[in-house]
Design a protein around this ligand. Structure first.
Ligand SMILES: [Zn+2]
Length: 415
């Protein structure tokens, strides 16, 4: 089916990464940066050219499009989704992608900053990629494979299906989101308008990876109120909010419970920001675990530690504010077994072994799943993201295209 096909995924990718789409956590607009729409507009143009006639960009920076069904059967509507923005952690301006054809397994020195070297020793996945074509940035920027690999894969899937109308599939929706990297990827997504039954994000790494599980996540903000006084005359009057904050953080275990001491299925309580003066101190935490019930346990524990500090520093008071961020998508996906089963079958039909894994983080899909669109995450080949050593294999992206085409067909077969 794919022997004769001239994949367009690499050419598209090389084009998309040159457009700066960095998002900005300090912005309050939607999308957070207008430049994200530069790519979104191009995607709409390309979709229209292909004949995807309802492709359009909305005011918030979302692209919606539909590949019409080619079957008479009633088939669930499947959505493929990826994000146009790149991480605020590393510059995405003037990205100069380089294709390393027939990769020989040696260190890749990035020409614009020879200190930037991608070493297979540090990136063991590269050892499986010898003979493939690897794309990197040039040393001064990220590449943007996260998630322009996903975008290019979906665009090539659309191109493949449009040019192969003999293949049977139901209606396929496409959704390109802005601002995923700053946690606002689905804030303004219109799920009703999208009208899909099930979705898949294309935003995971290694060939064959299938993620149907993410962390559950809350944030906790503790605001501590002390009592200020002239330091020269403060005896038995002053209560220093910063000391209370320090005691709370110091009371957390040193050898467990934190991102730096946990892996795999372990959760954590992580102070991410501390600010303050004598009168007021604020600690912001993120709380993560695969089990939502454990999140509440961690919060009770943190509250106890706060209470102990307040008991010690008499006169200090505090507020403890919990905000839900996202939930483990598996809680939803377990209710819809075909979503996972068909994806795994599509990977296998593409000649790849499935690597079922859990994301120690969230995806657009974790929130979409709870908004009514069950939505696991599929591989694209994007690796070492958010930094200058980011890379992607062209062959991995092609396999990703093949996988989602087969996935669309499996949904039709089984309906
Ligand atoms: Zn991503």
């Amino acid at each position: 089916m794919f022997h004769e096909y001239n994949y367009t995924v690499a050419d598209r990718f090389l084009n998309y990464v040159k457009i700066d789409t960095q998002s900005d956590p300090d912005s309050t607009s939607y999308p957070s940066t207008a430049r994200q729409k530069d790519l979104s507009r191009l995607l709409v143009e390309e979709l229209l050219e292909m004949g995807v006639s309802d492709a359009h960009l909305d005011e918030y920076g979302y692209v919606y499009a539909t590949i019409p069904a080619t079957t008479d059967k009633t088939v669930p509507v499947i959505c493929f989704c990826s994000h146009v923005d790149t991480s605020p952690d590393c510059s995405g301006k003037d990205v100069k992608p380089i294709v390393h054809r027939n990769f020989n397994g040696e260190n890749i020195v990035l020409p614009d900053d020879p200190l930037q070297v991608i070493r297979p020793e540090e990136h063991p996945y590269l050892k499986n990629k010898i003979g493939e074509d690897i794309i990197t940035a040039s040393g001064t920027t990220l590449l943007g494979a996260d998630d322009k690999a996903g975008i290019a894969v979906i665009m090539d899937m659309a191109n493949f299906l449009i040019t192969h109308p003999e293949l049977k599939h139901g209606a396929i929706r496409i959704l390109f989101t802005p601002d995923e990297e700053i946690g606002r990827g689905v804030d303004k997504a219109d799920i009703k308008k999208l009208g899909a039954d099930f979705g898949y994000t294309l935003d995971a790494g290694e060939l064959g990876v299938f993620e149907d599980e993410t962390f559950s996540a809350d944030s906790v903000t503790i605001t501590i109120h002390g009592i200020s006084a002239h330091p020269g005359y403060a005896k038995n009057k002053m209560v220093n909010a910063m000391r209370v904050a320090a005691m709370v953080i110091n009371s957390l275990p040193k050898d467990s419970f934190s991102p730096e001491t946990t892996e795999e299925r372990e959760g954590f309580v992580h102070p991410v920001r501390l600010s303050g003066n004598v009168e007021t101190a604020i600690i912001e935490f993120i709380i993560r675990d695969f089990h939502t019930t454990k999140i509440a346990q961690y919060e009770r524990y943190l509250k106890e530690k706060l209470q102990e500090a307040l008991t010690y520093y008499k006169g200090a008071t505090a507020e403890f504010l919990v905000k839900e961020q996202y939930r483990n998508m598996k809680e939803v996906l377990d209710q819809f077994p075909p979503v996972t089963a068909y994806a795994q079958e599509a990977i296998e039909r593409s000649g790849i072994s499935v690597i079922a894994s859990s994301a120690r983080g969230g995806t657009d899909g974790s929130r979409l799943s709870f908004m009514g669109l069950p939505c696991p995450n599929l591989f694209t080949g994007e690796m070492a993201f958010h930094g200058k050593h980011e890379y992607v294999s062209i062959q991995d992206m092609q396999k990703s295209v093949e996988t989602i085409v087969r996935l669309a067909m499996i949904w039709e077969e089984r309906s």
